[in-house]
Design a protein around this ligand. Structure first.
Ligand code: PMP
Length: 409
């Protein structure tokens, strides 16, 4: 069933608030999404009735908390077609990438002269950890560059893939350009030279159906707070064989098998990568977000956002002086729409929009190399989720025109 965003907004009380005299128009879901009551209720219910430290204690509450946590893992794993034992709860996508990069380094899998490949459109979260790993190991960091349209220049792939390429780390969907990358095609070519493929799904998992088997990658990370779930919980999915071959990232309680004064053995995945008492209520909240998205249907979520994105691109393109940074047509792209307005700094655009109750993000969106590639200091970014409506897209376009009128004076 197509999404009825107006009706669905009843589930999101925050969307009914006002900003000064104006109703809130929330167009910053690529930064973080709002949460439906079902998610808030699930967290509250956990604390009200079941709160205990998981995997510990022989009492009923601990048992029920553990059950809730492991049920949440199974729900979140199934959402991306994965098995629970391959699904690690992290703090966020950033932590998942750091975990993999760090563990590969510790395992001695990256040697001097090896190659780590990223792309020019990465969020800092999928760039800096690989820079650090390259620095730590003496490997070379190289990257796929971008076309003027904001897509990966795949002609560069042959040059970057050879028997020294150990890792290809790339985003599934750019948080600035909106571009959706052909992960499967790249993964197949990377695997042909024996490289591991790590995918940053922070901007794809929340917006479209995704199955890790079809994706063809070795690891995938995403964040709960960008998919209607709570902050403080994210996911690292990894092929079991990969996870099993990696040493821990953080160490301490909950991830150990046998501890003596001078040595320790570790539990198998996923526990090996979950040191300390985990974020239990947040995991339960994330599972509630997944249930909410599943009830809507991810294909319908994607269709709804595609419609809004197409409409936004059309209205923005009609405004003289507006330049879309990223694919200007709604094909193989997601719902983050970045743009500049001739003669007006993005911060000023953002301020005029904010005065009209419209929340967008301005800046480099934690992907500075992208701004540099397109020769802009910053962009204004509008981004959508299930609760946005065509009226809000029109409010955005009217706001951009108002900014132009204001600064033309
Ligand atoms: N990757 C991408 C593409 C993102 O958009 C973000 C969040 N802006 C991240 C990674 C990092 O997510 P988090 O801060 O939740 O770890």
């Amino acid at each position: 069933m197509p999404i009825d965003a107006v009706k669905l907004r009843e589930d999101f009380p925050i969307l009914h608030r006002r900003v000064g005299d104006a109703p809130l128009v929330y167009l910053d879901s690529a930064a973080t999404t709002q949460k439906p009551l079902a998610v808030l209720d699930a967290e509250r219910e956990f604390y009200l009735t079941r709160n205990a430290a998981v995997h510990r204690g022989a009492h009923r509450l601990a048992e029920e908390a553990t059950e809730a946590y492991e049920r949440a893992r199974a729900t979140v794993a199934a959402f991306v077609g994965a098995r629970p034992e391959e699904t690690v709860f992290t703090r966020n996508a950033t932590e998942g990438i750091n975990l993999i990069a760090y563990a590969l380094g510790t395992a001695g899998r990256i040697r001097p002269g090896d190659r780590i490949v990223v792309t020019e459109m990465e969020h800092h979260a999928n760039l800096v950890p690989w820079q650090q790993l390259a620095e730590r190991t003496g490997a070379r960091l190289e990257w796929l560059t971008l076309t003027d349209e904001g897509r990966l220049d795949l002609d560069g792939l042959d040059r970057l893939l050879d028997e020294r390429t150990r890792v290809v780390a790339l985003t599934h969907q750019s948080n600035v350009l909106g571009t959706v990358n052909p992960v499967r095609r790249i993964a197949d070519r990377a695997h042909a030279v024996g490289a591991l493929v790590v995918v940053d799904g922070a901007q794809s998992v929340p917006h479209r159906p995704l199955d890790v088997t079809d994706l063809g990658a070795d690891a995938l990370v995403f964040s709960g707070h960008k998919m209607l779930g709570p902050s403080g919980v994210g996911v690292l999915w990894g092929r079991y064989g990969l996870l099993e071959s990696l040493p821990p990232f953080l160490t301490g309680g909950s991830m150990v098998e046998l501890v003596e004064m001078d040595r320790t053995t570790f539990l198998p995945p996923p526990q090996r990568f979950e040191a300390g008492v985990p974020m239990t209520a947040q995991a339960v909240g994330l599972a509630a977000a997944v249930d909410y998205l599943n009830a809507l249907g991810m294909a319908e979520v994607a269709a709804h956002e595609d419609e809004l994105t197409g409409y936004a691109l059309r209205l923005l393109r009609e405004i003289p002086g507006v330049r879309i940074i990223g694919p200007a047509d709604p094909v193989d792209r997601g719902s983050a729409v970045s743009f500049t307005v001739d003669g007006i700094h993005p911060h000023d655009v953002g301020q005029v929009l904010d005065e009209r109750g419209i929340a967008v993000r301005v800046g480099h969106h934690c992907a500075r190399p992208v701004a540099r590639r397109f020769g802009v200091p910053a962009t204004t970014r509008a981004s959508f989720h299930v609760y946005n409506t065509p009226d809000e897209v029109e409010a955005l376009a009217a706001g951009v025109r108002a900014a132009q009128a204001y600064f033309a004076r």
